[in-house]
Design a protein around this ligand. Structure first.
Ligand code: SAH
Ligand code: SF4
Ligand code: F3S
Length: 435
């Protein structure tokens, strides 16, 4: 196989994979390869994969097949969580050239060179030394940027593969994060989203906690907005809740997955919070920041979930009034404790529950969107819209807002919301805020 000159990175799954995909692209560009948007024309295709549900994993194999249609033979590197979980199995099953796990991707250039020289190229180590130090600095950024501050998970929810694919909880050092945030702002970022599988578990030896980090980012001139995701209920410390009242740059949005509304199911999931303790946290967050948009994740059809358990989920949704949620059918994952549990929920029952849940969540989202009508708010412009003169950005509550404006991408504009649909809002520019 010849040494590739062009590459394409395709990321699936969560935002941490998006971040990793950007870092791998920067790494390959620093090696002199050029990026292409067209996967079918690239010499090297990096599939940055997700293992969270069976469908996500299967997608990798269909993608590999598609890349090889018409006899094309690009170098294929499988990265991400499927690489970590399946390792050599992928090479056996799909004859890919490189397999690299989420904690080893700083070695991608070496692995690509090995593959080009016909050597085996597999690295799924989880070294203690952080990969971040081995990555090039941040030089390019759009108005919004992701910044991974914490990786891995020690929670071991019984359905979830993340503790196995991403390893133990590790926090990046404070100074390295602040330096990367500054570099991103210098490169054009106006909004930074701090990322982690359990981002609110971030901490350091001084015990500064995620809120300490948020206060430090608050002091970066030119940075207008701070967000963070995903949080675990048990790591929702008082300082972080207070930051929502104290830090104007911290946007009023909280993604706090609950997964289910029944204590029996929460226990079987090993979530270590109850329905009540979760609701009490939300009360405190709302007391600190009354307009906060709440978001969550749900799983329906966990083993043993009865009709009554599911009704508990429905009543929790009604009680919270979410702004936006993600919901999934339970997918049994090899190696997880839940995969061995009794009480398999039939597919048609799962389908029906998911439909009912999503109808309720959509109604809740529409109600939240409608409640922003008439309110002036700031919108960070992220991209051109479909119509001439139109641009699209995000409200503080993470809703997409379409409006006509002459302001530039990356500007913050003051907007009145005049139209509210289920998935986006329409706005009219009022006074243009200084950018
Ligand atoms: N660290 C985050 C997100 C983990 S994965 C958290 O703890 O919330 C994102 C979501 O995928 C989870 O919140 C959960 O709702 C869903 N998920 C995880 N494993 C799943 C499985 N086996 N089947 C279905 N959904 C799953
Ligand atoms: Fe998975 Fe639970 Fe960890 Fe989230 S907290 S990544 S759902 S094990
Ligand atoms: Fe998927 Fe791995 Fe993220 S399994 S959701 S890409 S941590």
């Amino acid at each position: 196989m010849t040494t590739p000159k062009t590459f394409h990175v395709k990321s699936f799954g969560c935002q941490m994979n998006v971040y990793d995909g950007e870092r791998m692209a920067e790494l390959m560009a620093a090696q002199g390869l050029s990026a292409t948007d067209d996967a079918d024309a690239a010499d090297l295709v990096v599939l940055n994969t997700c293992h969270i549900r069976e469908k996500a994993t299967e997608k990798v194999y269909s993608d590999i097949g598609r890349l090889r249609k018409d006899g094309r033979k690009p170098m294929i590197a499988v990265a991400g969580c499927v690489a970590q979980a399946e390792g050599e199995e992928i090479v056996r099953r799909a004859k890919v050239d490189v397999v690299v796990g989420p904690q080893a991707y700083h070695n991608l250039p070496k692995l690509v060179a090995d593959a080009a020289a016909g050597r085996a190229a597999l690295d799924t180590d989880m070294p203690a030394a952080s990969k971040f130090g081995a990555l090039p600095g941040r030089r390019k950024s759009g108005p919004t940027a992701f910044l991974t501050v914490q990786e891995g998970c020690d929670k071991f929810c019984t359905y979830c593969v993340v503790p196995y694919t991403r390893g133990a909880e590790v926090s990046r050092p404070f100074d390295a994060i602040v330096a990367e945030a500054k570099a991103l702002v210098d490169a054009g970022a106006r909004e930074i989203t701090l990322l982690g599988q359990n981002v609110n578990a971030w901490d350091d030896a001084e015990g500064r906690g995620l809120h300490g980090l948020i206060h430090a980012l608050d002091r970066i001139e030119g940075l207008a907005r701070i967000r963070y995701t995903t949080s675990h209920p048990n790591d929702m410390r008082e300082g972080l809740i207070r930051a929502h009242a104290e830090v104007a740059k911290l946007m009023p949005y909280l993604h706090l997955p609950v997964q289910a509304g029944s204590d029996r199911i929460l226990k079987a999931m090993n979530r270590s919070h109850t329905r009540d303790s979760y609701l009490r946290i939300l009360d405190r967050v709302r007391a600190a920041r009354p307009d906060i948009a709440l978001s969550g994740d749900f799983i329906v059809g966990f083993p043993g979930e009865s009709d009554a358990d599911f009704e508990d989920t429905m009543s929790l949704v009604a009680a919270v009034g979410y702004a936006q949620c993600f919901s999934f059918k339970y997918s049994a994952r090899p190696g997880t404790p839940a995969a061995e549990m009794d009480g398999f929920v039939p597919a048609e029952v799962m389908d029906e529950r998911l439909q009912r849940l999503q109808a309720a969540l959509n109604a809740s989202q529409l109600a939240f969107n409608e409640a922003t009508m008439g309110k002036p708010c700031q919108v960070l412009l992220e991209r051109p819209g479909r119509k001439p003169g139109q641009k699209v950005g995000k409200s503080p509550w993470l809703q997409s807002v379409h409006l006509e404006t002459d302001a530039a991408i990356g500007d913050l504009v003051t907007v009145e919301i005049v139209q509210a649909g289920p998935n986006s809002l329409g706005g009219v520019e009022r006074v243009q805020a200084a950018a």
